[in-house]
Design a protein around this ligand. Structure first.
Ligand code: IDP
Ligand code: MG
Length: 172
């Protein structure tokens, strides 16, 4: 009789532990995967920092439910700007772009959200502020196709590379 009770208790305990492991490992992690939580690199560019739009841009970031995971203010050296924008090194606007990006301080952030990369690109708007969607950050705060207030990574590969550029310890 005692043995039967003991076996019953052991079976019950194993069942409860199995259910717990299933819920913890399977349900929650698959939920997170389904949500596609991403990280992206965002920059408030020198024109927007200089015209004191950083606060308004950060306010918008938080209102749109991005999580600011990392943030810092710095000024790029010409070498750093050339390296960061090296994909554009053969473009006619490269030299001006480097001059612009080193003309003052920038505020760099790692943002987290479901589909963060695409969502941040959407919130920024098109490269050219004149074509940027109404109420997008470039539409509101951009001056021209060069001085367009904000930067955002354009793919998961780029975001990893760009986050590593400014926050190497964040990328394992
Ligand atoms: P993106 O910032 O929307 O991803 P990219 O084509 O990657 O646009 O260009 C990088 C940056 O170079 C732009 O944000 C802008 O500051 C600058 N830029 C892009 N195209 C031009 C141009 O035709 N003339 C001047 N500057 C440009
Ligand atoms: Mg780009």
């Amino acid at each position: 009789m005692k043995t039967k009770i003991l076996i019953g208790v052991i079976v019950l305990a194993i069942t409860l532990v199995t259910i717990d492991i299933y819920f913890t490992n399977h349900i929650f992690s698959s939920k997170d995967k389904a949500k596609n939580i991403e990280y992206t690199l965002a920059i408030v560019k020198p024109d927007a920092v200089q015209s004191k739009k950083t606060g308004k841009i950060i306010d918008r970031i938080e209102n749109e439910n991005f999580e600011i995971i990392k943030i810092k203010k710095l000024r790029l050296t010409p070498k750093q700007a050339e390296s960061f924008y090296s994909v554009h090194k053969n473009k006619p606007f490269f030299k001006n772009l480097v001059n612009y990006m080193t003309s003052g301080s920038i505020v760099v952030m790692v943002l987290q959200k479901e589909n963060a990369i695409e969502e941040w690109r959407k919130l920024m708007g098109s490269t050219n502020p004149e074509e940027a969607e109404e109420n997008s950050l470039r539409n509101l705060f951009g001056t021209d196709i060069e001085k367009n207030a904000v930067h955002g990574s354009d793919s998961p590969q780029t975001s990893k590379k760009e986050i590593y550029f400014f926050f190497p310890s964040f990328i394992k």
